[in-house]
Structure formats: structure tokens, C-alpha cells
Ligand binder design. Structure first.
Ligand SMILES: Nc1ncnc2c1ncn2[C@@H]1O[C@H](COP(=O)(O)OP(=O)(O)OP(=O)(O)O)[C@@H](O)[C@H]1O
Ligand SMILES: [Mg+2]
Length: 269
């Protein structure tokens, strides 16, 4: 029975949670993903088990190539696991039909990428409205919601500006508004501040923190920026195919480094 998972709003109606009242929004069990590259098998995710409760903001750190993007893509149903399962609320994404997966991606999940992927010749408002238009909402209604969201991200005055004419920080704000215009339950952000200078990275991170709280989101961020990651409720380290609570020391990077950039293949022959 998949009906609870089909819209973000309906998650509120999912009964249960544990005795402490916790409710897992995302849970993965034995999650594996491997890629074949020539005669090599790359295994970025080698049996991951974790869950993220409603309202939590967690971060995933790890060296470049460790599998952070791969993990977020599986959580967003943009790719499928080699084995294991991803659950949204209590439903395995494996059991979703194609239309239900499309609905999950459109309504339940908001995705922010490192690069904004805005349509450069469309206005900020048109870009933000796109997820609503894709699912068939009327143009005026979609643009109205988009303008409200642009206000939330501090760009009320820029709704009619072409995306290409905005600064990098402004473009990322538009991308955040686009990710959230569907009022998703789950926000997935892959290096959302990775392309920004320090000042803009701080401002965009603060914005995500504020929207996470005010919209009661459950958020999972991949980042190389340890000082930003430490501001989240829990920090996971993804390395050598395994996800562990980050204890402040990296096997492959200097302890105390603010950035995790060391290259690690995250795989095995
Ligand atoms: N479609 C694919 N085909 C083959 N290999 C892939 C594919 N996608 C990812 N990989 C490999 O899987 C590994 C994990 O990649 P991923 O992009 O998830 O790492 P990451 O932790 O996000 O790195 P970064 O911090 O640089 O963004 C890498 O070795 C990458 O080359
Ligand atoms: Mg990545």
C-alpha cells in the first residue's frame, strides 16, 4: 500500500514511529551500489544501513569519489541500488510504480545540486515554477507560488530577471526555491555551497537551515565543508563504501582540515 508515500503532505498522516515518537522519513537497508568501469568494479556504497528521522538535518562528508552523490541519487530515486532498499516513510521505493516514482521525485523530494541547473533564458519565477508546471498546474497559479518562494529566499525583486543574469549566490537561491516549491518532506542537497565563495556559502547554508526549520523539512546534505557539516544534527562519514558516524577524524584527510577533498576511489578491484 503506497498511498501515504505518494505526496509529501500525506506523510503527516503516516501513523507510528517508535515509542519515543520518532518517525523515520528515510531508511536504507543493506544499500549497495556498484559501477563497472572497464575491468574494475567500483563499489561506492557497500551495505549501508541508516535512517533519518522527521525534522532531522544530517550531513554526509567524505573524500571526493566516496559516493556521496551516488547515495543522494538513490535516495531521490534518480538511480536504483545494485542491492538493498531505500524506504520513504515505510514504503520501499522498489515497490513504487513508474508514476509513483515520478510523483515521489516531483512532490516528496526537493533536490539542490552543486550547480544550479537553472534554465538560463527563463526568468527566476519561471524556473521556480517549473516543478509545478511539470505536474500540470496552471501557469498563473504556479508563478504565484514561485514568486512567494522567491520572497522566502530573499529574491522578491528579481522574479522577472533571466536566470543567466543572476549572480552565483542568487542562482543557488533560485534553485533552492525551485527545490521547495512543491513543499516536499525531504530536502536532498548535493554540495549546495560547493560553487560559492565563503560569504555566499555561509549565506546559502543559513538559508537552508532557516527553511529546514520553518518548513519542517527532513534534510540530508552532502558537503566537503566540515565547518558547515558540524552545524547539522548528525554528521556521517562515507568512506570505503561504508557510512559511519563522523568522529572528527578522517582516515584519508588531515585531522582538523576544514575541507575534505582528498581523492579516494571508494571502490575495489
Ligand atoms: N554512472 C557511473 N558510472 C560509473 N562510475 C560511476 C558512476 N557514477 C559514479 N561513479 C563512480 O562512483 C564513485 C562515487 O562517485 P560520486 O560522484 O558518488 O562521489 P562523490 O562522493 O559525490 O564525489 P565528489 O565529492 O567529488 O562529488 C566514483 O568513483 C565515480 O567515478
Ligand atoms: Mg558528488
Amino acid at each position: 500500500m503506497l498511498s501515504e508515500a505518494n505526496t509529501g503532505v500525506a506523510l503527516a498522516e503516516v501513523p507510528g514511529g517508535d515509542l519515543a515518537g520518532r518517525q523515520s522519513v528515510v531508511r536504507v537497508e543493506g544499500l549497495c551500489k556498484s559501477f563497472r568501469s572497464g575491468d574494475q568494479e567500483i563499489v561506492p556504497l557497500d551495505g549501508l544501513d541508516f535512517s533519518v528521522d522527521r525534522g532531522e538535518m544530517v550531513s554526509v562528508v567524505g573524500p571526493s569519489g566516496a559516493g556521496k552523490s551516488t547515495l543522494l541519487h538513490l535516495l531521490a530515486a534518480l538511480d536504483t541500488p545494485t542491492s538493498g532498499a531505500v524506504y520513504f516513510a515505510r514504503n520501499s521505493l522498489k515497490d513504487f510504480r513508474e508514476a509513483e516514482l515520478a510523483d515521489y521525485r516531483n512532490r516528496s523530494v526537493g533536490f539542490v545540486w552543486q550547480r544550479h541547473h537553472l534554465l538560463p533564458d527563463f526568468t527566476a519565477a519561471e524556473n521556480v515554477a517549473m516543478p509545478l508546471l511539470v505536474r500540470g498546474e496552471a501557469l498563473e497559479k504556479a508563478l504565484h507560488a514561485a514568486r512567494q518562494w522567491l520572497g522566502e529566499v530573499g529574491l522578491a525583486g528579481r522574479a522577472g530577471q533571466r536566470a543567466a543574469e543572476l549572480s552565483g549566490g542568487e542562482q543557488q537561491r533560485v534553485a533552492i526555491a525551485r527545490a521547495l516549491v512543491s513543499e516536499p518532506v525531504l530536502l536532498l542537497a548535493d554540495e549546495p555551497t560547493g560553487d560559492l565563495d565563503e560569504r555566499n556559502a555561509e549565506a546559502v547554508f543559513e538559508l537552508i537551515e532557516r527553511l529546514h526549520r520553518s518548513h519542517h523539512l527532513t534534510s540530508i546534505l552532502a558537503t566537503h565543508n566540515l565547518s558547515l557539516a558540524r552545524r547539522t544534527d548528525r554528521v556521517f562519514l562515507l568512506e570505503h563504501g561504508k557510512l559511519t558516524p563522523y568522529a572528527g577524524v578522517l582516515a584519508t584527510a588531515a585531522s582538523g582540515a576544514a575541507e575534505i577533498g582528498a581523492r579516494s576511489p571508494g571502490g575495489r578491484a
